[in-house]
Design a protein around this ligand. Structure first.
Ligand code: TRP
Length: 514
């Protein structure tokens, strides 16, 4: 028994401390989404009113599901697929793999975005902030003002593939030694990220008129709350921003001692994430308001054009603040992407018993190839119609499936498996045993009924609009390449469902086989 315990300890690393775990998990939750999503959505859905659906989604869905995912990992000591296997055998394990693979699709394009962020950071030293218009081979003789000019010039060059390789190399390095190396990296990067954010918000709010933006962000406009789209936006964003439905939190929590206060952990991670999101919203809105830049709805343009446009108008230190902004985005995104790599690697180790190095290498290399497809420079649409490049268009299409549907689908089944097969009450008793602040029967109701119903309605609403208006993106044309939207849907479906079948049934899993 003692020997076996020793072997298991060798196989699974552990967090060095609770602080280390909370930093890593909040580093995963706080990412690109927190910096631009909230402000973009807040603007799109009518300024102030968005935070009300957001807070509702936070309480009903965010904290309870976070708690469920953490408790699952800590209780079983396994990553997502295998912890679900314990509850519902292979059908449940399939959902686990499907979730991890769907998250891998997200991770692939997320890293492509990070690569562009890196490119903009490097560009800051190479004239990105100069006021000269840019002519680049990518779009013929069209001259564009910065920062658009630099961005599209970069997008249309092969440099981006190098940036993708660099980001994946960093991921690989950080994840190589598991919880230990992740902890050392996040201990340094996560506090640094908060410092950068604070510097930006101080700059934003101290601008003349800056506080008006903050006011706009929080002044409610209740009429838009009747629009179901607003609620849909808030609920699906909650999964993304808290890293739920990725299998990440379960994997991270599996490195915790069995007895740890999960209510405290869940509450801390959720509050850190959402307070970061709020202050990022303040920084962005105050900066934009001070210079009357209108925040556009799309998140990517927020990150690459709108906020940079505001920065370019700062009276002093434009290059410095520009670099600070992209540096912040970069470390925020990096601490998120590593968490998915770890979730995938941990899942493989649990089932297939590979050597850690091999698993990390295979996952990183395969995902790097995927990321490169999203960073493909060509075809740049010379008119900059649609979304500009093939890579960007693919990104948009895959994002639609894996983000707007995939995460919700995983959340739906996760709630049902834990709520009904394992028993929400049983898990709650386990949680309460080690938590200072106990949770009540209402948690069971949220997991068993309320959340599945809400998620089903949101998914159903999405499918219905899809049927009514035609497949998402059917009208996108990038230099006449047809069927892009069907291709994206098919590729996403095959990748997630096909590979999940292979992983689930490819090898029989016996728990004590190691
Ligand atoms: N929570 C992150 C955000 O708000 C998103 C995220 C977390 C993520 N883990 C990830 C994205 C892994 C891709 C891969 O931005």
């Amino acid at each position: 028994m003692a020997l076996k315990g020793l072997r298991m300890a060798e196989l699974r690393s552990q967090w060095g401390s609770k602080v280390g775990f909370v930093l890593a998990a909040s580093g995963s939750a706080i990412g690109l989404g927190n910096i631009v999503f909230f402000s973009a959505n807040a603007y799109k859905y009518g300024g102030g009113a968005f935070y009300i659906p957001y807070i509702v989604a936070f309480c009903i869905l965010g904290i309870p599901i976070m708690l469920m995912e953490l408790a699952l990992g800590a209780h079983t000591g396994k990553a997502f697929p295998q912890s679900l296997h314990r509850i519902g055998k292979r059908p449940a394990e399939f959902i686990g793999w499907w979730g991890v693979l769907n998250a891998t699709v997200i991770c692939m394009y997320y890293v492509a975005i990070l690569a562009w962020v890196l490119g903009m950071f490097i560009g800051s030293m190479k004239g990105l902030w100069s006021s000269e218009p840019v002519t680049s081979g990518a779009f013929g003789s069209l001259a564009l003002p910065n920062p658009f000019g630099y961005f599209f010039g970069m997008l249309g060059s092969w440099d981006t593939l190098w940036y993708v390789a660099i980001v994946w190399a960093l991921n690989l390095l950080i994840v190589l030694r598991g919880a230990r190396s992740i902890e050392s990296a996040t201990r340094f990067l996560v506090p640094l990220m908060w410092l950068c954010m604070i510097a930006l918000i101080v700059r934003g709010v101290s601008l003349p008129n800056g506080e008006q933006g903050a006011y706009l962000l929080f002044s409610p406009n209740f009429t838009v709350m009747a629009d179901p789209e607003v609620w849909k936006g808030a609920f699906s964003q909650m999964f993304f921003t808290l890293s739920l439905g990725f299998g990440i939190m379960t994997a991270y929590a599996s490195y915790l001692p069995k007895k740890s206060d999960q209510v405290h952990n869940a509450a801390t991670i959720c509050f850190l994430n959402c307070s970061f999101e709020f202050i990022a919203g303040l920084a962005v809105f105050s900066l934009l308001f001070a210079f009357s830049v209108v925040p556009k709805a799309s998140t990517l343009s927020m990150m690459f054009f709108v906020v940079p446009q505001g920065i370019a108008k700062l009276p002093h230190f434009v290059v410095g603040f520009g670099m600070l902004f992209f540096f912040l985005l970069f470390i925020a995104g990096l601490t998120s992407s590593i968490s998915l790599v770890e979730a995938f690697v941990a899942s493989i180790l649990d089932k297939f018993r590979w050597r850690r190095k091999k698993a990390v290498l295979v996952v990183a290399l395969c995902s790097m190839l995927g990321s490169m497809c999203f960073a493909l420079p060509h075809v740049v649409d010379r008119t900059l119609a649609s979304n500009g490049t093939l890579g960007l268009t693919l990104l948009d299409l895959f994002d639609h499936w894996s983000f707007s549907y995939g995460l919700l689908i995983v959340g739906f089944f996760e709630c049902l498996i834990i709520g009904w097969v394992f028993g929400a009450r049983k898990l709650r008793e386990i949680i309460n045993r080690d938590s200072t602040l106990g949770i009540g029967w209402w948690w069971d109701a949220l997991i068993k009924v309320v959340n599945p119903v809400i998620i089903a309605v949101v998914i159903g609403w999405g499918v219905w609009t899809e049927v009514r208006d035609g497949l998402y993106g059917a009208s996108f044309t990038i230099q006449g390449i047809p069927w892009l939207s069907w291709f994206a849907f098919g590729a996403w479906f095959l990748f997630t469902t096909g590979l999940a079948l292979v992983f689930t049934f490819g090898r029989k899993y016996r728990e004590e086989q190691g």
